[in-house]
Write a protein that binds this ligand. Structure first.
Ligand code: NDP
Length: 684
């Protein structure tokens, strides 16, 4: 027997052991001691202050792209050390497949956030939210919503089932927003989180204080949270409610995101009868969700809703598949399902199965007679999958109320789609539901009927069978969270998740000052004319640099040439009578794309220069018809500059306004270009 490792908390820049003997944590499969945990004596108020004071200003001084670069470097460094995490993960009962979800799934989530931030956020420290709202007729008073990072610490209290993914999926958006984190993993599996935090700290990539860790109880931590802090929680509804109603959380309106138990459903469509690909996919998905992580997944399928006529075939197919699930030591080849997290957790699940038996009968598996292919069933927290059946699902209160956090699901029959939807809703709000059908009408009815009760809905059918990411996988770009019983919180969801750690503020004022605040040019803000802005590299270019072009008159010959050259001979350009009969036009009109092309001809600087490429336009609108003889002019203004980190160029967005001889705006859009940081380009 090896001596258990004494876990330490990482607070105020030091690895700190607790001052008491602590609690011994046991290997889920062998019952051997793995680690000792204790946080007695830690000054939690000082830890919060350290995060706010040491790391907050340094994180906020970085741009989104700099923070994204930091996360990418960190993700790559952790990926290079993944085998060490896999080895430690075995103690939690996780098989290699389970560990993959937690370890590589977690690091992958961090890398996805880093890459989305580089692509979707500006290289700036403030985010604008929505369009400018003009508030005066003369354009002298406008408003713009902005998002800025909170100045506190995000306290992340996590569950035992995903000691790595649970941490990384939360700290990635938090750090991107510019906010430091304090992570409190569930004690049972904290040794794996602690190992990863050690490796993170060793890289020196994060500013000191950006990530702190508490191994053990959080003591009086929540007494010290302020209006600038945020708390997220994943775990039982009971603890979640207790923390959400903590006096300091309520008094300071602390942002509290909760993800608690969730009785996720999977619905088999009426078209997906035995023998169809959807039926087979459904069986595979339910069995997988029951057995991955031994069913200890917040997204696992707990309620299986099937057409009455398919129930017998479904139960038989699941019984056969689950019966083949080899349960044993998670590191052994051939083992498909490891133990639960602890013997206590197994007792808890057995008790919940007894609660469920008030409303459902066991149709496959026996919670008390454990069969293992390796390991000791008395010392390891093993449990074979248990399938239940509730013949009267609308009277089966327990099935819709009790979460057995293990390899346990209950099948229920329905007679029509309304019933299927009503049963899914009886979970009172879940993280995810899935619908297996190949019938578009069934998909529409089931998704729209269940969506208000869910944070995510997956449709499974033959076409997506190979590429589907599955019912149980929360993904970085998608919302993870659910209403009601699921906690009412929302995590990830791509850049939405970053905004959870920022304050939205409506800023009102003169355009010139709004533009100074956001770093983005808006109509009415200062402009500078002079040298052609396309001759300026990023070293010289400033927002508000503007070009007012020469003019060009559009002729009938231009329009006819363009029509025949491109093949766009739409009648409004070619047929006078038909154009006049059109309610929008008084005569034949120029093509919108001809206007955009003439505009480019007017604003272009033809010589080699710092503008390297035009990569598109945004928000192109043709606002006023252009008739033969109309004269066009362009006003091009530098609107936003995003220098790329680690590259010789950046993206520049130009406000492009095309007017006619009466000053009416005929076209409006943003031109998107790549511009060199220096010109001439440095020789490679
Ligand atoms: P808990 O709610 O007991 O614990 C969740 C987290 O909260 C842990 O980090 C825990 O720390 C912490 N915690 C507990 N009490 C306090 C407190 N007073 N102040 C601050 N933090 C606290 O859930 P468990 O992880 O023990 O799981 C229990 C049940 O919750 C499971 O059986 C399952 O039903 C459900 N669950 C649901 C999940 C979901 O996402 N749907 C995920 C995990 C669990 P510590 O471990 O040190 O007590």
């Amino acid at each position: 027997m090896t001596t258990p490792r004494r876990l330490e908390s990482y607070v105020c820049g030091c690895w700190t052991p607790g001052s008491q003997p602590g609690q011994t944590l046991l290997d889920a499969a062998t019952g051997e001691p793995v680690a000792v945990i204790d946080s007695t004596g830690i000054d939690f108020a000082a830890a919060l202050a350290h995060g706010r004071e040491a790391a907050g200003p340094r994180l906020r001084a970085m741009s989104f792209h700099e923070r994204a670069g930091m996360l990418k470097a960190l993700g790559l460094a952790l990926m290079a050390q993944k085998e060490e995490f896999y080895a430690e993960s075995l103690h939690t009962g996780a098989t290699r497949t389970d560990g993959w979800v937690d370890i590589e799934g977690g690091i992958g989530t961090m890398l996805t956030f880093a890459s989305k931030a580089r692509r979707e956020l500006p290289n700036a420290r403030v985010l604008t939210d929505g369009d400018v709202e003009p508030l005066s007729k003369d354009g002298s008073f406008s408003a713009q919503h902005i998002l800025t990072p909170l100045h506190g610490v995000a306290v992340h209290i996590n569950a035992f089932n995903f000691p790595i993914w649970g941490m990384l999926e939360k700290i990635a958006p938090t750090l991107l927003a510019g906010m430091p984190c304090l992570v409190k993993p569930a004690s049972q599996t904290a040794y794996l989180t602690e190992l990863m935090v050690r490796r993170i700290v060793e890289t020196g990539i994060l500013p000191e204080g950006a990530l702190q860790l508490i191994c053990g109880s959080v003591g009086d931590l929540l007494d010290h949270v302020t209006e600038q802090d945020a708390v997220t929680f994943t775990g039982s509804a009971w603890t979640g409610r207790k923390l959400k109603t903590h006096p300091a959380v309520i008094a300071n309106s602390v942002r509290f995101t909760m993800e608690a138990d969730s009785l996720n459903a999977a619905i088999l469509g009426p078209d997906a009868v035995a023998g169809t690909p959807e039926f087979d996919l459904f069986v595979r998905e339910v069995a997988r969700e029951m057995t991955v992580k031994a069913g200890q997944k917040c997204t696992a399928i707990r309620r299986v809703i099937a057409p009455r006529a398919q129930v017998d075939a479904l139960v038989a197919a699941l019984d056969e598949r689950l019966g083949k699930t080899a349960v044993g030591l998670p590191g052994d080849e051939g083992v498909r399902m490891g133990p639960l997290a602890s013997l206590d957790q197994r007792e808890e699940v057995r008790e919940r199965i007894r609660d469920l038996q008030a409303a459902a009968e066991i149709v496959a598996g026996d919670p008390d007679a454990v069969r293992v292919t390796s390991g000791d069933a008395a010392r390891g927290a093993f449990l074979n999958p248990v399938l239940m059946y509730a013949a009267k699902p609308f009277a089966a209160g327990a099935v819709h109320e009790v979460e057995a956090f293990g390899p346990v699901s209950t099948v229920m029959p329905y007679d029509d789609l309304d019933e299927a939807v009503a049963l899914a809703r009886m979970g009172r709000g879940s993280l995810v539901t899935s619908v297996f059908t190949d019938d578009p009408k069934v998909a529409e009815e089931l998704v729209l009927g269940t969506a208000p009760w869910h944070g995510r809905v997956l449709i499974g059918n033959r076409a997506s069978a190979k590429s589907s990411t599955g019912h149980g996988s929360p993904l970085a770009p998608l919302v993870h969270g659910g209403p009601g019983r699921a906690g009412g919180g929302e995590e990830m969801g791509g850049i939405r998740g970053v905004k959870h750690y920022m304050q939205r503020t409506a800023v009102q004022g003169a355009p010139r000052l709004l533009s100074a605040v956001t770093g983005r040019w808006i109509p009415g803000a200062d402009v500078r004319q002079g040298e052609h802005p396309f001759r300026k590299s990023l070293a010289e270019l400033r927002i508000g640099d503007q070009l007012v072009t020469a003019t060009r008159t559009v002729t009938r010959e231009d329009v006819e040439h363009f029509a025949h050259f491109t093949g766009d001979t739409f009648y409004a350009h070619m047929d006078e009578a038909a154009a006049k009969a059109n309610p929008f036009f008084d005569d034949r009109v120029a093509h919108g794309y001809l206007i955009a092309s003439f505009a480019a001809g007017l604003f272009v600087e033809p010589n080699p220069g710092p503008v390297l490429a035009n990569y598109g336009v945004d928000n192109l609108r043709f606002l006023t018809p252009v008739y033969f003889g109309d004269t066009l002019q362009v006003r091009l203004t530098c609107k936003e500059i995003n220098p790329r980190e680690n590259a010789g160029h950046g993206e520049v967005r130009w406000d492009c306004q095309v007017t006619n001889q009466k000053g009416e705006v005929v076209a409006q859009y943003d031109v998107l270009t790549m511009v060199a940081k220096e010109w001439p380009l440095a020789q490679a």
